[in-house]
Ligand binder design. Structure first.
Ligand code: AMP
Length: 546
C-alpha cells in the first residue's frame, strides 16, 4: 500500500519562491564588487532570477548543462544560482584561489558552457582563455558602464544580458534527483574531483541543518555568509537563509577585519559564518580598535578546527555564541554542529569549552561511525581514534565521471579521510586528517590538538604541526609558528605553556618560527607544502637518538 500524499519534488528554486511569497520584502544587502552597498529584496531577487533563467533558456541552456560561476557573495551571484537552477541546469562554483591551471582543468572537466564572473577575475580568465575548451559565453556580473576592455571573446555585461528577458518565464519542472550544483574538492593530492549535489540533497540538507540544535536560523535573523559560495557549496546558506526568510548580508570581495566589522555593525548582523582564518582577521581588528559586537549573537566556525582561544574570545570578550561545525564538500557540506544537548546543559568554563571544541553532533539525515583501518567499528568512548565515515541523503555516493572509483564501503558509508573520536553522547571530535596524524612509536598524535593549544599562547598568531622523521619513534611533532607582530616568544616558553594541556609525550620535539604558513584555496593550513618545506628537517632529538 502506498501513501496517499502529494508528490511535491524537493526543488531548490521552490526555496526562492517561498522567500519571495512569504518574506518578499526582506532585504538582501551586498557589498558590490564595484564598491557601493546594494539593497534588494527576495521578491525582486526572484524576478531577476527568472530573467536569468529565461535568457539561459534562449541560449539553449537546459537540463543538466553546467554553468560556471567565478564570483564573490553578492545578490547577482545569488540570482545566477537560482536562475541556473530554475532552468534545470547545474551551477558549478569555481574557487578563484585555485591555481589558474587547476581552474582550466575543472572548467573543462565539468564541460561548463557559460561562465559568470566578477570583474575581479577578468585578468585571471584572460590568462587561461585559450585553455577553456567549452565556454561559449562569459557573463560579467556588472553593468555596461563598468565593463572594461577585455581580450576575452563573447563577453556580455550581466545587466544588459538579463535585460533581454522580461521575466515572463516559468521554472522548469525537473526531477528532484537531478543535478543542481557542482563543487570540486580542493585536490591537495591529485586532480580535484567533482561533487554533484542534487536538488533533493540541497533541500534536505538545508532543512536538516536549520533545525534548532543545528543552525536554527529564523526570519528575524540577519545572516551574513562570509564563507564564499565557491567554498563547499557556501555551507548551503544560499538555501538555508531564504528558506527561513532571514535577511541576508553578502560581503562581496572584502573579507578583511575592518570591512567585515563595518557590515556586522552597520547591518546589525545576528549570525555569521566563516573559516577560522577570517575570524582571526576580525578579532585582530577588534582588539586593535577596541570595538565591540553588540548585535552579533552567533558565529558559525568551520572548515578547519576552531581554536579554543578563538572560541573563548568570542564568548567571553564579545558575548557571541560560537557554533563550531564540521563538514566537507562531499557532505553538502555540513555534517555536525557543536551545540549543547541537555546531556551537557549546565556546563561552564573549561568544561563547556571542552564540548565546544568538539565538532559536534549530526542532525537527522547524517549517520556516523568510526572504524580502524580494517573497517572494524571503534567504541564511542570519546578517546578511541578511528576513521570517520558518514552516510545519508546529502552525502556523495561517487564523484563526477566516476573519478576516484568506488568511494563507499559495503554498508554505504563514505570515508571522510578524517580521524576522530565520538563520545557516548554522539559528539564527534576530529583529531586529524588521516594523512596528517603523527605516528609516533605506533601511537597517534593529533596535530590539530597541538595546534589548538599552541595558538592559545599570547604571542602566537598561527601554529601548524607536522611529523618530522625520527630514527627511534618514526615521527615526532615539529611545531611551526607565526608569532604575533612584534613578538619573539622563546621556544621553552611555548613548550612550558603547552605542558599539562596535552599528554607529555605529545609535546613537540622542536619549534621553528616562520613569517607565513601556507594555506589552501579554502583557507586551511597546507600541510603538503609544509611537509615539502621541512622535508629532511633534523630534529635535535633525532641527533640525540643516534
Ligand atoms: P573541504 O571539502 O575543502 O571543505 O574540506 C573538508 C575537510 O576540512 C574535512 O574533511 C576536515 O578535514 C576539515 N574540516 C572541516 N571542518 C572542520 C572542523 N570544524 N574541524 C576540523 N577540521 C575541519
Amino acid at each position: 500500500m502506498q501513501g496517499l500524499m502529494q508528490d511535491w519534488p524537493l526543488l531548490c528554486h521552490r526555496i526562492i519562491d517561498h522567500a519571495a511569497i512569504y518574506h518578499g520584502g526582506r532585504e538582501v544587502v551586498s557589498r558590490s564588487v564595484e564598491g557601493p552597498i546594494h539593497r534588494t529584496t527576495y521578491a525582486e531577487l526572484r524576478r531577476r532570477s527568472l530573467r536569468v533563467a529565461q535568457v539561459l533558456d534562449r541560449h539553449g541552456i537546459g537540463l543538466g548543462d553546467r554553468v560556471a560561476t567565478l564570483a564573490w557573495n553578492t545578490w547577482r551571484h545569488l540570482e545566477s544560482w537560482y536562475g541556473i537552477l530554475g532552468v534545470g541546469a547545474v551551477y558549478h562554483t569555481v574557487n578563484p584561489r585555485l591555481f589558474p591551471d587547476q581552474i582550466a582543468y575543472i572548467v573543462n572537466h565539468a564541460e561548463d558552457r557559460i561562465l559568470f564572473t566578477d570583474l575581479t577575475f577578468l585578468p585571471l580568465l584572460e590568462g587561461i582563455a585559450d585553455k577553456l575548451e567549452t565556454i561559449e559565453l562569459f557573463v560579467v556580473l556588472t553593468d555596461e558602464a563598468h565593463l572594461p576592455q577585455t581580450s576575452l571573446r563573447n563577453v556580455v555585461a550581466y545587466e544588459s544580458w538579463i535585460a533581454e528577458g522580461d521575466g515572463d518565464f516559468a521554472w522548469k519542472a525537473v526531477d528532484e534527483n537531478a543535478a543542481a550544483g557542482m563543487c570540486y574538492t580542493s585536490g591537495t593530492t591529485g586532480n580535484p574531483k567533482g561533487v554533484v549535489y542534487s536538488h533533493r540533497s540541497n533541500v534536505l540538507h538545508s532543512l536538516a541543518f536549520n533545525t534548532p540544535d543545528m543552525l536554527g536560523i529564523a526570519a528575524r535573523d540577519r545572516v551574513m555568509p562570509v564563507v564564499p559560495m565557491f567554498h563547499a557549496n557556501g555551507w548551503s546558506l544560499a538555501f538555508t537563509a531564504p528558506m527561513a526568510g532571514a535577511t541576508m548580508i553578502l560581503p562581496g570581495a572584502k573579507m578583511d577585519g575592518e570591512s567585515l566589522y563595518e557590515l556586522l555593525d552597520g547591518e546589525r548582523v545576528t549570525l555569521t559564518a566563516a573559516v577560522p582564518t577570517v575570524w582571526l582577521g576580525l578579532l585582530q581588528h577588534l582588539e586593535a580598535s577596541g570595538k565591540m559586537l553588540p548585535h552579533l549573537k552567533r558565529v558559525v566556525i568551520g572548515g578547519s578546527a576552531c581554536p579554543r582561544a578563538m572560541a573563548e574570545t568570542f564568548e567571553n570578550v564579545y558575548d557571541v555564541e560560537v557554533i563550531h561545525a564540521w563538514g566537507m564538500t562531499e557532505t553538502n557540506p555540513l555534517g555536525t554542529v557543536a551545540t549543547i544537548k541537555p546531556d551537557y546543559a549546565g556546563l561552564e568554563g573549561d568544561a563547556l569549552f571542552d564540548i565546544k571544541e568538539t565538532q559536534g553532533h549530526p542532525p537527522f539525515t547524517v549517520e556516523m561511525k568510526i572504524t580502524d583501518d580494517a573497517g572494524n567499528p571503534q567504541p564511542w568512548d570519546g578517546e578511541t581514534f578511528g576513521r570517520l565515515k558518514v552516510r545519508g541523503p546529502a552525502v556523495a555516493k561517487s564523484y563526477f565521471k566516476g573519478e576516484g572509483g568506488e568511494i563507499l564501503d559495503e554498508a554505504g558509508f563514505f570515508d571522510t579521510g578524517d580521524v576522530s573520536t565520538i563520545d557516548p553522547n554522539g559528539y564527534m571530535h576530529i583529531t586529524d586528517r588521516s594523512k596528517d596524524v603523527i605516528k609516533s612509536g605506533g601511537e597517534w598524535i593529533s596535530s590539530i590538538d597541538l595546534e589548538n593549544v599552541a595558538v592559545g599562547h599570547p604571542d602566537v598568531a598561527e601554529a601548524a604541526v607536522i611529523g618530522a622523521a625520527h630514527p627511534k619513534w618514526d615521527e615526532r611533532p615539529l611545531l611551526i609558528i607565526v608569532a604575533k607582530p612584534g613578538q619573539m616568544p622563546a621556544k621553552e616558553d611555548i613548550v612550558d605553556f603547552m605542558r599539562g594541556k596535552v599528554a607529555k609525550w605529545w609535546l613537540p620535539d622542536d619549534i621553528v618560527f616562520v613569517d607565513e604558513i601556507p594555506h589552501t584555496a579554502t583557507g586551511k593550513i597546507l600541510k603538503t607544502a609544509l611537509r615539502e618545506q621541512f622535508r629532511g628537517y633534523r630534529l635535535p632529538s633525532a641527533d640525540a637518538a643516534e
